[in-house]
Design a protein around this ligand. Structure first.
Ligand code: 17E
Ligand code: FE2
Length: 414
C-alpha cells in the first residue's frame, strides 16, 4: 500500500509513503508530481498534507449530548454545570452512556482524531458510566485508542467514599488517575486530594491528569502542589495539569517563581480554550478576564502544552461538533498566537504535543517502523489548515481506511 503526492509537515517537495501489514516501511521524496493510476493499493494525496492523526487529549464522553437535560445551565458557570450534571447523573444508564459516547466517537473519527483521553465521572456509587466506558473502549478500538481517566467530579475528599471509588475505578481498568482539588470544600482537602491521587497512581502504575485550578480565583494554587509531587516522585512526564485557568489570574511575580518549579517537574499541560472562554470570566464585569491558562508562555518556556475540546453539547458547553481544528483556531485567537511563527507549527498543539501528554511514544508519528496511522487534510501546511479551516479527508489506522470525506464542491455564478 502506498500514498503518492503527499505533502509532509515542515518538508519541501512531495513524498511517497508506503506501508505493509499496518506499519510504515518507506517514506521517499519524489522527483516531481506522480501520475500513477489510483487503485486499491495506491492513494493519491493530490499534494495535500499527510500527517499523524489528530488527538483530543481531554473530553468528557460520559456527559456528551446531554445539554438541557433536564435543565439548561443558565449562568454559564462551571459550578452550575456541575449542579446540572448532578441532576442528569441520576438518570444515566449503561446503555444511554454507551450510545452517546459511541455517537461522539464517530464525530471525532469524522475529523481525523484517532487518540482520545476521556474523563469519566466516578463520583457515583454504582460507577455506571465507568463500566459503560470500559465497554466502549473495547468496541471502538479499531477507530480510536481511548484512555480513560477516573475523574472525581464531586471531589475525592468532599464526596462520600471518594477514596474508595477512585481506587475501585483504577482496579476496574481506568488508565489515568484524575482529581479536582479546586472543587474540594477546603484548601486542605484540595491538597490532601492531590497527595491521595498521586499515591494511587504510583501504587497502580497509572498516568495522572488533574482538573487543576479551573477557576478565576488567583488564590487557587493546587498546580504548585501537583507539580511538586510529580517532581519529587520523578513522575512528571506521566502527569498532566488540565485547565489551570487560575494561572490567567496569577500575578507575574508568583508566576515567575512558579515556572521554575513547573519546568523542573516536567509535567504536561492541557488548555480547553472554547470551554474556558465560555465558563470563566463569569464573575467579572469589565475589564473581563479571558480565563485561560498562559498557553503561549508555557510553550515559550519549553514546556509541553496542547489544546482539547473538553465538552460537546453537555451541561458545561452547549455546542461543539468533534472538530479539533475549530478548537485550535479559537485557542490561537484567544491566546494571541496568530503570529507567523506560531502559524507555521500550530498543528503541534493538536497532534505531537498531545501525543507526548498521552505517552504514545513510538506508537505515533510518520516514521518507518511505526504504525501506519495517518490522516490527509485538505490543506498544504499548518498555516493553511487554520486559515482555510481545513478538514481531514482521509483517516487510515494501522493500514486500514477508517474514514473518507467527499470533498466539498462550491460553484460561483457571477
Ligand atoms: N467538569 C469539570 O469539572 N470541568 C469541566 N470543564 C467539565 C466537566 C466539562
Ligand atoms: Fe474537563
Amino acid at each position: 500500500m502506498k500514498v503518492i503526492n503527499a505533502k509532509l509537515r515542515h518538508k519541501d517537495g512531495l513524498y511517497t509513503v508506503s506501508y505493509q501489514q499496518g506499519t510504515f516501511d518507506s517514506i521517499e521524496l519524489q522527483t516531481g508530481l506522480l501520475n500513477e493510476a489510483v487503485s486499491a493499493d495506491v492513494i493519491d494525496a493530490k499534494q495535500q498534507l499527510l500527517m499523524a492523526p489528530l488527538i483530543d487529549p481531554h473530553i468528557h464522553l460520559d456527559a456528551v449530548l446531554t445539554a438541557g437535560e433536564p435543565e439548561w445551565n443558565m449562568s454559564g458557570t462551571l459550578f452550575e454545570g456541575i449542579e446540572r450534571w448532578g441532576q442528569r447523573k441520576e438518570t444515566i444508564t449503561f446503555e444511554d452512556t454507551k450510545q452517546r459516547a459511541k455517537k461522539t466517537v464517530d464525530m471525532l473519527t469524522a475529523h481525523g482524531i484517532q487518540h482520545v483521553r476521556t474523563h469519566v465521572d466516578v463520583t457515583d456509587p454504582a460507577l455506571t458510566a465507568l463500566h459503560a466506558m470500559l465497554e466502549v473502549k473495547e468496541e471502538i478500538k479499531d477507530k480510536v485508542n481511548l484512555q480513560i481517566v477516573a475523574f472525581p467530579q464531586e471531589g475525592i475528599e468532599s464526596y462520600k467514599n471518594g477514596h474508595g471509588l477512585m481506587e475501585e475505578a483504577v482496579k476496574l481498568g481506568a488508565d489515568v488517575v484524575g482529581g479536582i482539588p479546586h472543587f474540594e470544600y477546603t484548601r486542605e482537602k484540595g491538597v490532601s486530594s492531590v497527595h491521595f491521587l498521586m499515591d494511587l497512581a504510583e501504587k497502580y502504575d497509572r498516568l495522572v491528569d488533574v482538573h487543576c485550578d479551573e477557576i478565576d480565583d488567583p488564590a487557587s494554587r493546587f498546580l504548585e502542589v501537583l507539580a511538586d509531587e510529580a517532581r519529587v516522585r520523578g513522575m512528571g512526564e506521566r502527569v498532566t495539569a488540565s485547565h489551570t485557568t487560575a494561572m490567567g489570574s496569577y500575578d507575574n511575580a508568583y508566576c515567575y517563581k512558579l515556572f521554575r518549579l513547573l519546568k523542573r517537574s516536567k509535567i504536561n499541560f492541557i488548555s480547553c480554550p472554547t470551554e474556558s472562554i465560555h465558563l470563566q470570566g463569569r464573575f467579572d464585569t469589565y475589564p473581563k478576564r479571558r480565563g485561560l491558562t498562559r498557553v503561549a508562555e508555557i510553550d515559550r518556556a519549553g514546556m509541553n502544552i496542547s489544546f482539547a475540546q473538553d465538552s460537546i453539547r453537555d451541561p458545561w458547553y452547549p455546542v461543539g461538533n468533534g472538530n479539533i481544528i475549530r478548537i485550535l483556531d479559537a485557542g490561537l485567537h484567544i491566546c494571541h498566537m496568530l503570529g507567523y511563527e506560531d502559524l507555521q507549527r500550530c498543528l503541534d498543539f493538536v497532534s505531537d504535543n498531545s501525543a507526548k501528554t498521552l505517552c504514545l511514544g513510538d506508537q505515533y508519528g510518520i516514521e518507518v517502523g511505526r504504525p501506519a496511522s495517518f490522516i490527509i487534510m485538505n490543506a498544504q501546511n499548518d498555516y493553511d489548515v487554520v486559515a482555510n479551516q481545513a478538514k481531514a479527508v482521509l483517516s487510515v489506522r494501522n493500514g486500514a481506511v477508517i474514514m473518507r470525506r467527499q470533498e466539498e464542491q462550491v460553484e460561483i455564478f457571477a
